[in-house]
Design a protein around this ligand. Sequence first.
Ligand SMILES: [Zn+2]
Ligand SMILES: [Zn+2]
Length: 90
Amino acid sequence: MASAAQPVEQKAVANKPRVCEECGEEAKYTCPGCGRRTCSLGCVREHKAASGCSGLRDRTKLVSKEDMNNLTLLSDYSLLPNTNKLGDLL
Ligand SMILES: [Zn+2]
Ligand SMILES: [Zn+2]
């Protein structure tokens, strides 16, 4: 049986064709900074120059999000042995 009710938040980019947003060729790269698709370094540079995008991943955003997930995972796991031990003690 497939699991029924799980809230899924998927980005609505799935249906977009993978074409370079600079020249329309088949895209090979995705700008780490803004997600814009490009086909070549030349188009990456054009995109950066035109938009002022740094082409760099927004580290603070990503790290904080991943850290939050890791922390919640870790705390969830670390809770298990503790509760077991408590159960043994009681
Ligand atoms: Zn291109
Ligand atoms: Zn960009």
